[in-house]
Design a protein around this ligand. Structure first.
Ligand code: CA
Length: 238
């Protein structure tokens, strides 16, 4: 079994030591660097399976590191934050982080988050296509999307979604587990996002849920994050 490699980017030696220790106990192969520049260099030299990234680094910020790495990679990324203002930016996920842990944290909490992120990234959707440009199908758990036709099926049954419901479902399924704010959904799905309202998103989420419930009353893969937004839970059941 090959080890999962984690790149830890943390400048405070005591925190770094605790992190390395608990990750190694859990069986991860850990590489540690103390600055953002080193992190980017190290990642380009040797791609890792996951990054644990402190926001407050001595040279550039963890956000800068994330932005740089996101240019070339979709690697799962967990932020370590110390301040409320940082949490807002991470939770908005404008930066493409997968999750965050607030300092001080327990090593157990951290490794639990890492395991959850890895589970999610392992269940990313399968894209099958006829050619590189023609995306004919996105399948995740019980739901299959046919982007060319703007069609979605659950358990093989057509969901008959409106274009906005379809658009949101597609965004969710391309990044299962990632939380999207209403603003982000509007930007990504609506043609004229400035004309739409927050409650427009809520209304379409409601109808999307109802259509999924029509197939199976117990099936609710769209998760509400109070005060933040929505995400898609990859429920593989039945
Ligand atoms: Ca720091």
């Amino acid at each position: 079994m090959s080890q999962i490699s984690v790149l830890v980017v943390e400048d405070e030696p005591a925190i770094a030591e605790t992190l390395i220790y608990s990750l190694e106990i859990d069986g991860f192969a850990v590489t540690h660097v103390g600055t953002g520049t080193e992190a980017i260099e190290q990642f380009q030299k040797e791609p890792h399976d996951l990054l644990v990234l402190d926001v407050g680094l001595p040279d550039i910020t963890g956000f800068d590191v994330c932005r740089e790495i996101r240019k070339t990679s979709d690697v799962p990324l967990l932020f370590l934050t110390a301040r409320e203002s940082e949490i807002d930016r991470v939770v908005g996920l404008e930066l493409g982080g997968d999750d965050y842990v607030t300092k001080p944290f327990s090593p157990r909490e951290l490794t639990a988050r890492i395991q959850a992120i890895l589970r999610r990234s392992r269940s990313t959707p399968t894209h099958s296509s006829n050619s590189a440009n023609d995306l004919s199908e996105i399948k995740l758990g019980r739901i299959t999307l046919f982007p060319d036709r703007y069609q979605a099926q659950c358990d093989g049954r057509d969901l008959e979604l409106s274009r906005y419901e379809f658009g949101m479902l597609r965004v969710f399924m391309e990044h299962p587990g990632r939380v999207y704010t209403r603003d982000q959904l509007m930007e990504l799905v609506w043609d004229e996002p400035e004309a739409a309202l927050d409650r427009t998103v809520d209304a379409h989420i409601k109808t999307l849920r109802r259509k999924l419930h029509d197939v199976d009353e117990a099936f609710d893969p769209v998760k509400t994050h109070r005060g933040i937004g929505y995400s898609f839970d990859n429920l593989e059941s039945t």
